[in-house]
Structure formats: structure tokens, C-alpha cells
Ligand binder design. Sequence first.
Ligand code: ZN
Length: 601
Amino acid sequence: MHYSIVAADPAAHLFAVTLQIAAPAAVGQIVALPAWIPGSYMIREFARHIVQIRGESNGRTIPLKKLDKHSWQAAPCDGPLTLHYQVYAWDLSVRAAHLDQTHGFFNGTSVFLRVVGHENASHVVDIQRPQGAEYDQWRIATALPTLRAGRGAVGTYVAANYDELIDHPVEMGTFQLATFKAHGVPHEIAITGNVPNLDMVRLSADLKKICETQIAFFEPAGSKFARQAPMQRYVFLTLAVGDGYGGLEHRASTALICARADLPVKGQPECSDGYRTFLGLCSHEYFHTWNVKRIKPAAFAPYDLQVENYTSLLWLFEGFTSYYDDLMLFRCGLIDQAEYLKLVTKTINGVLLGSGRGKQSVAESSFDAWVKYYRQDENAPNAIVSYYTKGSLVALALDLTIRSETKNKKSLDDVMRVLWQKYGRDFYATNDTAGRGVTEAAVEALFDAVTGLKLKRFFDRYVRGTDDLPLEKLLASAGVTIADERKAVKPGLGARTTRGGAECKLLNVYEGGAAHRAGLSAGDVLMALDGVRVTANLDVIFGRYRVGDTVTVHAFRRDELLIFSVKLLADTTPQLGLNAMQGPDTAVATRNAWLAGRHSR
Ligand code: ZN
């Protein structure tokens, strides 16, 4: 398969793609574009952005028949088949494709048609920048292996199969670039966007710490594979915008979107919350290089890119990755113990906020990700649980359970390493990945085998069930207390409202709260409380009221003014705080071992 992709018309946001198929199927070659992109579990129907497609063979037009919303079949032809098509690229996210005068970005799932039946052949791609002198400075950043280096933003790349082809997003433009080595492996970070005085030196140094810590986590010193990274090269593709946050993992790269303000400024050495968040995102996506890009659920080995792929294991692949992303920041020295505990506190409070956690387990949340977690509406806090945040608490609880039951001889780290050795290390050894994924049953059996414990009850209650994790007891075993840090009982509405701006809109109404009981609904815009205009000043207004007071609320629902009598209830927003204790010695020793990833003999 030979593709060429040209950033043909930046102003119209069009990539032009040519696909040459040397030996099309005799009955008529079928081609299809994926319906989703691995790592983002939602049907997106990328083929809807194909604007025009035509076929030719030996100079003759070959008719194409549309088979379904993703697929075409070419009429039978004698010689090689060439398809020409354009892709509209105007999605400023890490999941699709984007092209304008400032840069081009694409995922293979948005632009490369799959040649059905030839998925395991090698796939060659020529990538070209737009025509014109104004694009002379454009370069390409991608982890796709190079076949031939081109001049400027022209290059030829090769992938061993279609799965590899679509697992290397491509950025083109005038990005800022830095390189570093992590345990000998070249890493690049490309930052696209207008970011003055960006401290690339600091960014590289900090990322290097994260990467080396993770490489050594999965392949510790002292073995045949000591400090061996799973990839030859790695690229952080980053788009900096005014406001944005997100990332998508790939086998040798990640596509990130962040707020410009989160990136470090030259001459300002402090670590802002925003920069810590960005480093946490990098750490998260990098951890996926092992956990989900190589250790994979059986349902993803291989992916079926046309339909939903159901797995109930995302609590492990996303939740555990969320647990380790911040822990790795501590282990590589970028944050201290107090800062780490603050991040855990935030997760605990976030999970406790929604009553949905009592209705959906993390296993169910994972299975239904396609229609629930990825398609959240205003009722989400009352209906679902996040396999990211609760999944990370499952990881924390398992880590502390294993450490306390084995007297620090074993930990979750050991389980991750055995998962890696058994399922991940050789995942891409050959084209055929069928049978290399891990099943739900195998995960649990592996936990018991590695730790010597019987953890079925834990999985029943906290993974398949909806019980809250016993964190108070477990954290106490590591010398960490949980306490309610609420200073006083304050009245609350039991709703999340818009922040800033001139109006106060209810975004979520929490089940059982004052707003819910009074009949207010998500989407309602509060106009006045006891005759006083409400804007973004709700906290100030509540300052004059007590729990139990009844107030009159005027609110617009769509364009109709409604009046509610609201009895104010105590604000139940969780405000737990975690604190490290000075003793007893065994608990402090456990905490130090846990945070540092050390074990007792
Ligand atoms: Zn993730």
C-alpha cells in the first residue's frame, strides 16, 4: 500500500490523499475508514469527512460503490488501483485532523483508508507540506519510521502494517522542537502554537526524568532487559492553545493539547499548578506506552475499527495509568510528598462528589464507555462513575492492600511488571496480535499469583461492585490520615454552576440536594434569590443565609421564568484532606516504601 498525503489547501482545511493498491482484490477492492480511534472510546465516523473520492486504473476511471457509511468497493480492474480523495480537517483535538495556514495535524484513522485484506502488508507514506514559499519553514514531527528522508517537510515513512500506520500521528508546521535521550532512546518534544519565551530546556529536563523513571519502573536494573524502553524513538506532539486539555496515547508518541499558560516560561523556575498538570498529562500518556499500547485488553487484540470494542478492563488501563501518572511525578522528584498527597486528595473528593458511583461499577463504566463516559450529559454525576478517577483509587487501594498484607514484600508495582512481561513485552513481535491481550479473568488470576493473596472479594466489592474503597483504613496503614477539612456547615444548593460571566447557570443538579428537591434543573439560569440578582456571586449571597433557611429563587428555564421555593441544605461537597503522620514507625516505613516503590526483603 502506498499513500501520499499533501497538505493541499490549508485555507479550505483539505488534505489530498492518493492511495495506490498494487494488487487489488479481483472481485473489487474494498476500502474503509475507521469509525473510531484507539484510546478514545466513541464512534466518530471519520469517513464523514471524506469530501470526494474517485478511483482509476491504467488511466481509466474505476467506479466506486458505497457499501456503508465507512466503506467503498471499487469495480474489478486488471491493473493497480489508485484512489484519490480529500479529507476535510478542521477538528482541533488530538483525535482527528486539523489543517490551516499555521500547522497541519492528522491521525491515520482520519486520513488513511484501510485496504481490506491487505492490513498486514507494509504501508508506505509520502508526506508533503503545502505548496508556496510561505510554507518553506514547515517541518514534520512523527514517530513513524522513516524510509527516506526528504527535504524540509517532505518525507517518506513506512509502517509494517495498517495498525502501526494509524498509531503514529503527524504534526507539520513551524513548531518549537527539543530533543533528549531517556536511557539512550531519543525523545522529541514538538510544541505547536504561539508560545513566547517557552522554556524548552526545562521542559526537556523534566520530561527526561519522567521517562527514565517509567522505563526503569517496567524494566528495573538487574535483568536482561534492564532499562530497555519499548520503543526506538518517542515523540511528544503538543498543541498549545488559549484553553484546552487532553491527550491521546500511541505506541511511540502522544498527541497532547494544553493551555499555553501551563507551559514553563524562561526565567520563571517555580512549578505552577498548570505546569504540574501538564507534566501529569505527559506522565499519563507516556505510561500508556506500556499499559494499553502493549499490555492490552483481549478485546483490543486486534482492534475492530468499524464497531465498538467492549472491555470491562478500562479501570486497569485508564485507572491504573491515572494512579501512576502522579505517583511517577513524585518518584522522579518533580513533586514532594505533600504535593502528591494533595493530588490524591483531589481525586478522592472528586469521586465522592457523584452519587453515580453507587449505581455503576468501574467495570460497567468501562464496558459502557462508548455510550456513557464518552457521551456524558448533565445527569452524569448522578448516573455514572469514572473508570479514570475511581479506577485510580482502586489502584491505590490494591497497592496499599498488597503492601499491608505482604508486609511490603509485594506491591502493585510487581503486578504491573508481571503484566508487562507476560502480555506487553512481545505484543508487537509479529503482525498477528490475536490472543496476546489480557482477559478479565486472567487479570484477577495474575493478581493472586503475583501477590499470594486471594483478592476475589476485593474485585467483587470495588471493581464489579459499587462499594466505596476502604481508603481511611488503608491509608492509615501507610501513616496517612483522612480528615474532613470543612471549617463550618454552610448552606448549599447541591448543584454545580457556571464560574465567571454574568449569569449563573446550573450545570449539574446533584441528586438529593436542595436544588433537586426544589425542582430546579440543570440548564436553569438563576436570576434572583430573595429578590437579589444572582450572577457569579452565589457564594457571597449564601454568606448571609443559614442551613434550613427557605429562599425564593427566580430562574429561567429556556425563556420561561419560573419561581422556586428552595430550602437550603448543608453543603455536602466533599472536602477531605490527607495528611502524613510522624508515626508509628511501621506506618511511616510503609509510606516511604510505597511512595518510593521499594520493597522489604
Ligand atoms: Zn489515558
